[in-house]
Design a protein around this ligand. Structure first.
Ligand SMILES: Cc1ncc(COP(=O)(O)O)c(C=O)c1O
Length: 448
């Protein structure tokens, strides 16, 4: 079949092995999306659904943005690809300049990768390379956190803390990784915003320093708000304390802002929102509004200088990069995103809409099957009470909500809701109403 007359429903579903999917379940009852426009999606039954998770947190500026389509088209017609090693093109430098205007502190050195996973692994490599360049090659350990998600490459899987992602691959993970406890405490029930308790959990890092030798630790990586595990908002003072401990011991602090970056928490990055500046920061997803893959690692100038100035002139300073690092099509999308952020005053918009969303999502508290709700900015998680085994309730509830016309991402038993930044109050109302219907239908069917 030619690519031009491809039907929207394929003849065979067998050959495509889908990622992070229950393939058997899906292929018996597929959920195919045929169209996306603004905050809405259409599925292969012709049903319209509201997109309540901005794709996979990556399309917050809305689907089908004409400005991005036209920038990409123009770019592809002029320069479709150029190799990124030892040569380049102007766009990637322009985008780096514009990104660095939004990054906190002096995180002004921008390294491009392909996605969030490659950004995380790159950030880890940069941390190791930095210490090595500074004569501290003995710092080989990296500290992550339970329930973290840092993508699926070896570095990210190792520092991540979601058990199903780690179990099968235990034998090939990175050596030397240590984990702090997660920050979800039992008294954080139905807390909107930052919990008052839990800052002391940052002392786990101090304890790991004492037990394993701070001089052996290269970096500590956290999602400022843990996203994929179900929106764990940092307790007040927690990130500040991590920063202090890192400073005390010369450990680099990495914020993985793949979900929280570009406005999700209300400020440009969670870093500014929570008032803590990391040494290295990752981003991806919303950088191109999800239309073309791109990951970004922003580094403090000292980190870049530490590596680049320590290498002999004329040599490659960092032996790392990807065929698709900062390719023209992604850069064009990234530049168009920057224009939209400015034109539509996106961060202000998120700040203004967030309280409305937070209030609305917590109205679901009255539903019997809802166990907990957490949220900050334009992100929240609704925990559905476990049914027999972890994940069953979340998946069944997600399917009922899909039928009720609201689409989002569920992890385990948490429904993760992340409305688009361009949403209006009426869209938030629609999301909540359809969630209520979907969750109620799930509860009814469960009893039968
Ligand atoms: C915090 C975080 N880091 C890394 C990743 C991996 O990103 P990608 O799927 O683009 O590789 C994700 C994906 O959701 C993420 O949420």
């Amino acid at each position: 079949m030619s690519s031009e007359n491809r039907p929207s429903v394929p003849n065979s579903l067998n050959e495509h092995w889908m990622p992070f999917t229950s393939n058997k379940d899906f292929k018996e009852n597929p959920r195919l999306i045929t169209k996306a426009e603004g905050v809405y999606l259409t599925n292969h039954h012709g049903k319209t659904m509201i997109d309540a998770s901005s794709g996979l947190f990556c399309n917050p500026l809305g689907h089908g943005r004409k400005e991005i389509i036209s920038a990409i088209t123009k770019q592809l017609e002029t320069l479709d690809y150029t190799q990124p090693f030892q040569q380049g093109f102007g766009g990637s430098f322009d985008l780096a300049t514009r990104i660095s205007k939004h990054t906190p502190g002096n995180l002004n050195r921008i390294f491009y990768t392909i996605c969030g996973s490659t950004a995380v692994d790159t950030a880890i490599k940069i941390a190791i390379a930095y210490h090595k360049a500074k004569g501290q090659g003995h710092r080989f350990r990296v500290v992550g956190r339970e329930r973290a998600y840092h993508g699926m490459n070896i570095g990210g899987t190792s520092v991540g803390g979601m058990i199903n992602n780690v179990k099968t691959f235990a034998s090939i993970l990175m050596p030397g990784v240590l984990h702090m406890r997660h920050t979800n405490l039992s008294d954080h029930k139905f807390v909107s915003g930052q919990p008052e308790t839990g800052a002391e959990l940052a002392e786990d890092l101090e304890r790991l320093c004492a037990n394993f030798g701070a001089e052996n630790i290269a970096a500590c990586i956290v999602e400022p708000t843990a996203g994929s595990t179900g929106c764990l908002v940092p307790p007040k003072g927690y990130l500040q304390r991590l920063r202090e401990i890192c400073d005390k011991h010369g450990i680099l602090l990495i914020f993985d802002e793949v979900i929280t970056g570009w406005g999700r928490m209300g400020s440009e990055f969670a870093s500014q929102e929570f008032g803590v500046t990391p040494d290295i920061m990752t981003m991806a997803k919303a950088t191109t509004n999800g239309v073309s893959p791109m990951g970004v690692v922003a580094c403090k100038e000292e980190v870049y200088d530490g590596i680049v100035d320590n290498a002999p002139k004329g040599t490659i300073e960092l032996f790392h990069g990807y065929t698709y690092s900062g390719i023209p099509v992604s850069v064009a999308a990234g530049l168009a995103v920057q224009d939209i952020i400015e034109k539509d005053d996106i961060f202000k918009r998120v700040k203004e809409l967030s309280p409305y969303f937070q209030k609305a999502i917590f109205t679901l508290k009255d539903l019997d099957v809802v166990e907990n709700i957490r949220g900050y900015g334009l992100m929240a998680a609704v925990d559905i009470k476990m049914d027999q085994k972890p994940g069953k309730a979340g998946f069944n509830c997600y399917k009922q909500c899909y039928e009720s016309g609201v689409n989002f991402k569920a992890t385990g038993d948490a429904l993760i809701i992340a409305p688009m930044f361009i949403s209006e109050k009426k869209h938030i109302d629609e999301i909540i109403e359809k969630l209520r219907t979907g969750i109620n239908n799930y509860a009814k069917n469960k009893k039968n």
